[in-house]
Design a protein. Structure first.
Length: 248
């Protein structure tokens, strides 16, 4: 997004700190709302936690983060015995859990985060989400690229290649935030992902639900070792991470 944030009269609360005035509010507070080329993106505070809403669709919040951490951990585990300092591309900054987890692991080399929403980057650099990711953004291995991930992948990432791609820009391959994102999970999109990986590299894709069709699409795109790791949730189907390898 290109234009500055709208002024919002609500106080900003960092998770874990006392809520001004006593008890946490019953409903969510809108801390920032922006309109841009991809639609509306909103940052809300609900009690001690923050939520990101895109075009009216709930994306994620700071209440848990297990599956976002698994996205990175599972990719690194798949690279066991591989390069000493693997390079990872994280698609989507979100609430910062995947980036923070990557920075906590000394084995990762360069950590590149691609985020298309200027508002999300602002919230992490100088807003409420700095409490989550400030130290991770300051890590010398971290590089934030302000770009649309789909275009970034399609255009070849400026000639760069990676050992792992950890993608979390939608609620899953079958539940995209914007229509254009569907191209990332198409045969051409998956082929472009494969081309960004070094031999033996790992593609990890977060999803709010398992997808046998996406597993088949990964195999059809030439990936091997396709599997799905599940993270149980309180209600409904589990969150999952789809994993696949590029042939050596």
């Amino acid at each position: 997004m290109s234009h500055p944030a709208h002024a919002v009269p609500h106080p900003v609360h960092v998770p874990g700190s006392p809520v001004p005035g006593g008890a946490p509010p019953e409903g969510p507070l809108t801390l920032d709302r922006r309109e841009g080329p991809y639609g509306e993106v909103v940052l809300r505070q609900r009690g001690e936690h923050f939520e990101i809403i895109a075009n009216g669709c709930f994306l994620m919040d700071t209440s848990d983060g297990r599956s976002e951490r698994l996205l990175v951990d599972a990719a690194l585990a798949e690279l066991a015995g591989g390069p000493a300092a693997p390079e990872v591309l994280i698609g989507g900054l979100g609430v910062g859990f995947s980036l923070v987890r990557a920075v906590q692991e000394d084995r990762w080399g360069r950590i590149t985060v691609v985020e298309r929403e200027a508002a999300v980057i602002d919230w992490h650099r100088a807003g409420p989400l700095a409490a989550v990711s400030g130290a991770a953004l300051a890590d010398p291995r971290t590089d934030v690229v302000a770009a649309d991930l789909v275009a970034y992948v399609r255009e070849g990432a400026g000639g760069r290649v990676f050992d792992a791609l950890c993608l979390d820009i939608d609620n899953g391959p079958e539940w995209t935030v914007t229509e254009d994102n569907g191209g990332l999970y198409s045969p051409a999109g998956l082929a472009a992902c494969r081309d960004l990986l070094r031999p033996g590299g790992v593609l990890a894709v977060w999803s709010a639900q398992p997808s046998a069709a996406f597993e088949a699409a990964l195999r059809n795109a030439g990936f091997t070792g396709v599997r799905t790791e599940e993270i149980p949730v309180v209600r409904g189907v589990p969150d999952v991470v789809h994993l696949a390898r590029k042939g050596a």
